[in-house]
Each structure stands twice: as structure tokens, then as C-alpha cells.
Ligand binder design. Structure first.
Ligand code: HXC
Length: 257
């Protein structure tokens, strides 16, 4: 499709989605939400896409939900339109996603990053849930995903005071997998995505599903779920190929089947 607030390009089996509302530091209005959700759903259906990278600009990944758009709304407006519910579909994607965060990832921006599977940060990244300063609370899962990522102590302080954390603190707290110099962020994110996209797509989907399940269930149920998927990967061509390639001492040629 053609979009106004985002830019989508393909690089081999990787898709790069760039938020593009520079005049508002990529504030996430309904148009951005609808475009990101539509574009990622389309990429998710494409078997030639093995990983989706979501990024913003050097200054801002996204400075939050669009405050000017939300300001006049009533409870009934928010409730009847189920404001922000469509963002949940990003978490339902089967294709692995990478957030490449540079600059501000505040409010909805931090929540969008946390909806992705792998979170890479530039050394310039700033994460926060400053909604309380506006008289609201997180609305795209921030209070839940941040707490699961960094634990109660930091999540509670961040949500109650609006204090932001830098990339170093974010990595130390377990919010991001890695911090890289800002000018290397995109190349690094694309390299990670290319690595993921080079794996068997169905097996990568199952790995994603298995890790994601850890956020939803008990340890015993999660381990049982993993075991079922682990058995299931032996039905793929790619398991045969991956193990044959190891024994033959050659790189595997996965066929995503
Ligand atoms: C709408 C925004 C915006 C936002 C920035 N802008 N963030 N517009 N919604 N979330 C706009 C500014 O109004 C300004 O437009 C332009 O982007 C540049 O921003 P400045 O503030 O001039 O830049 P700077 O001084 O560098 O400060 C950057 C900043 C600040 C620290 C990130 O913009 C800021 O605090 N933004 C809001 C962060 C925030 O509270 N996010 C949470 C939103 S609520 P003009 O036209 O004036 O030049 C949220 C909750 C969701 O996400 C769930 C609740 C229901």
C-alpha cells in the first residue's frame, strides 16, 4: 500500500518500516497506528519477509501518542472507538520484529518498542512512560510490558514519576538487548534482522511463539508448550536441512518449509 506517515522498504528478506512524522517527533496518531498496523499485517502475510525492523529518526523513535489528538476526547469517545486497541495486532504478528530505537521512546513510543520482539537501542535512546505528567496513564500496554521487562521497582517509579531512563540504564534493567553507537544503529538492526530472516521462517515463528508464551503463562504450561513446538519442528524440511548441513560442515540452505 502507499502510506503518508510511514515509509516501508524491502531489503532482501528484511522489511524496514520507518516512522515518518518528523514535525511531531513521530507522535503516534490514529493515522500512524492504522498505517503501521496495515503495513505490518501485509508484511506478515508475505512469505518472502523473514523479519520486520521498525525505526524512527535519530532524534525520536516516537515521542508518544499524539497529545493534541487525544486532548479533546471524552471517556465515551475513547471507549466506543476502543482507542489504541489496534496496536495489539502488532503483538500478534507471527514474523519476528526488531525495534531500532534512537532518541526519544516515550509513552506510546516506549510501548511500541516493547511490542517488538528484539529491542536494540542507540546510545542516544531515552525511554519513559511520562503519561502521568499529562494526567493519564499508559494505554498501549506500558504498565504491563515495562513491569515484565524491568520489574516492579523501576516500572513503578517510571510510571508514577515519569522519570526517563537512558540506554545504559535500559540495558542494565533488561529493557533492551543491546546498546550500539547511534550512527551504527540502523546497520546493526538490519544485520540482526538479516540474521533472523536467514533462519527457517516457520522455525523462527515457533521460537518467537515459545518465548512470547513466557509472558502469558506458568512455567509448567510454558515448558509443555515449548515441548510440543520442539517436537513439531521435526516435521519441517528445515530441521532436516539444518542438521544435515551441520554434519556435512556446510552452511544450511533453509527453504522455509
Ligand atoms: C503531539 C508532540 C508530541 C506528542 C512532541 N510533539 N511530542 N505532539 N504528541 N506526544 C510535537 C511538539 O508539540 C512540537 O510541535 C514538536 O513535536 C517538537 O517537540 P518539542 O517539544 O518542541 O521538542 P523538544 O523541546 O526537543 O522536546 C522533546 C520532548 C517533548 C521531550 C520529547 O516533545 C515531549 O515531552 N513530548 C511529549 C512526550 C510525552 O509526554 N509522551 C507521552 C504521550 S501520552 P510544535 O508544533 O509545537 O513545534 C502517551 C500515552 C498513551 O503516549 C496512552 C494514553 C491514553
Amino acid at each position: 500500500g502507499s502510506y503518508e506517515t510511514i515509509h516501508v522498504e524491502r531489503k532482501g528478506r528484511t522489511a524496514l518500516l520507518t516512522l515518518n512524522r518528523p514535525e511531531a517527533l513521530n507522535a503516534l496518531n490514529l493515522q500512524v497506528m492504522n498505517e503501521v498496523v496495515a503495513a505490518t499485517a501485509e508484511l506478515d502475510r508475505d512469505p518472502d519477509v523473514g523479519c520486520i525492523v521498525i525505526t524512527g529518526s535519530p532524534r525520536a523513535f516516537a515521542a508518544g501518542a499524539d497529545i493534541k489528538e487525544m486532548r479533546p476526547r471524552s471517556y465515551m469517545d475513547m471507549y466506543l472507538s476502543d482507542w489504541f486497541a489496534a496496536w495489539d495486532r502488532l503483538g500478534d504478528l507471527r514474523t519476528p520484529t526488531v525495534a531500532a530505537v534512537s532518541g526519544y521512546a516515550l509513552g506510546g513510543g516506549c510501548e511500541l518498542a516493547m511490542l517488538c520482539d528484539i529491542l536494540l537501542a542507540a546510545d542516544t535512546a531515552v525511554f519513559g512512560q511520562p503519561e502521568i505528567k499529562l494526567g493519564v496513564i499508559p494505554g498501549i500496554g506500558g504498565s504491563q510490558r515495562l513491569t515484565r521487562a524491568v520489574g516492579k521497582a523501576k516500572a513503578m517509579e517510571m510510571c508514577l514519576t515519569g522519570r526517563t531512563i537512558d540506554a545504559v540504564e535500559a540495558e542494565w534493567a533488561g529493557l533492551v538487548s543491546r546498546v550500539v553507537p547511534a550512527d551504527e544503529l540502523l546497520a546493526e538492526a538490519l544485520a540482526v534482522a538479516e540474521t533472523v530472516a536467514g533462519m527457517s521462517l516457520p522455525v523462527a515463528m515457533m521460537a518467537k511463539e515459545a518465548v512470547s508464551r513466557a509472558f502469558e503463562t506458568t512455567l509448567a504450561e510454558g515448558v509443555r508448550f515449548e515441548r510440543r513446538l520442539f517436537h513439531a519442528v521435526f516435521a519441517t524440511e528445515d530441521q532436516k536441512e539444518g542438521m544435515a548441513a551441520f554434519v556435512d560442515k556446510r552452511p544450511p540452505g533453509f527453504t522455509h518449509s
